[in-house]
Design a protein around this ligand. Structure first.
Ligand SMILES: Nc1ncnc2c1ncn2[C@@H]1O[C@H](COP(=O)(O)OP(=O)(O)OP(=O)(O)O)[C@@H](O)[C@H]1O
Ligand SMILES: [Mg+2]
Length: 256
């Protein structure tokens, strides 16, 4: 066997498939797109290649990736695309598996109605549903949870279904009695993930600027001492999201 042949064989063995993570939920404004952008930030910061697929007609995630690029706050490790049909989604995923081979694919979605969300779930290794402590949102998460359970019951091989993680987000530092009550209800009726994303200005600024790690890097280099001081808020958000993502992967691994 020639050296080239040996190397090709090793390359084939070493080839890995992307891990597909999707964010779904029945309530708008829960923070789906922000979770995608924050997860992308964590993945890129860890040196991982990520493909963003925006399956929401509002295109918020795709436009965020464009803005990040225009602001010089993106990365070569991140590419973004938008899909308008299930065929386009399939073709994009096929291309990711056969050719571009990112470490992670992140899919942002609009709602859980129709075939769309089912197809996304079927293609995913991990499905995340964000929940915020408002009455509507907790109800929405319960509906999404029930919908996922029904999909699992109907699946030919329920054991092949992805892990479903219900993630509390935009959590305030202190909770009033109303929020505490909602949290109790959510804990009782949902299998809530044990970590939560805090409500942070850094996540809101990420939405208009770009990747958390890149914003932090830019702030650190600023001539303005106030700006330099702000870098830590982005680092905190980035490390929060990295920690949550690592734990979600471990949980998905245990379930799978
Ligand atoms: N952890 C957070 N801390 C602070 N603000 C947040 C956080 N997560 C989301 N937000 C803010 O909440 C708003 C809604 O978030 P986002 O757009 O991510 O929700 P969505 O579920 O994608 O909404 P849509 O249904 O419109 O797609 C945005 O203004 C965003 O900046
Ligand atoms: Mg969105």
């Amino acid at each position: 066997m020639t050296q080239t042949e040996t190397m090709t064989e090793e390359a084939t063995i070493a080839q890995h498939y992307p891990i597909v993570v999707s964010v779904v939920g029945s309530k708008g404004g829960a923070g789906k797109t922000s979770i995608c952008a924050a997860l992308a930030s964590a993945m890129v910061f860890a040196g991982k290649k990520v493909l963003l697929i925006d399956a929401d007609i509002q295109k918020s995630l795709f436009e965020w990736a464009l803005r990040a690029k225009q602001n010089g706050l993106s990365s070569d490790l991140m590419t973004a695309t938008k899909v308008k049909s299930l065929d386009e989604l399939d073709a994009t995923l096929d291309d990711a598996f056969d050719r571009s081979n990112p470490d992670f694919v992140l899919i942002d979605t609009a709602g859980i109605a129709g075939d769309w969300a089912q197809a996304v779930v079927a293609s995913s290794n991990l499905v995340i549903t964000p929940v915020v402590l408002t009455a509507n949102n907790v109800e929405g998460a319960i509906k999404t949870h029930e919908w996922f359970q029904r999909l699992k019951q109907r699946a030919d091989k329920p054991e092949d279904m992805p892990a479903h993680i219900i993630l509390l987000t935009r959590l305030e530092r202190t909770l009033g009695p109303y929020e505490k009550e909602l949290l109790d209800k959510a804990k009782k009726e949902l299998n809530l993930f044990n970590l939560a994303i805090r409500d942070r200005k850094a996540y809101r600024h990420m939405e208009s600027d770009g990747l958390l790690g890149e914003i932090a890097r830019e702030k650190k280099l600023s001539d303005n001492a106030m700006e330099r001081g702000q870098a830590k808020h982005y680092i905190e958000a980035l490390s929060e999201m990295s920690h949550i993502f690592n734990d979600m992967l471990l949980a998905a691994d245990k379930e799978g």
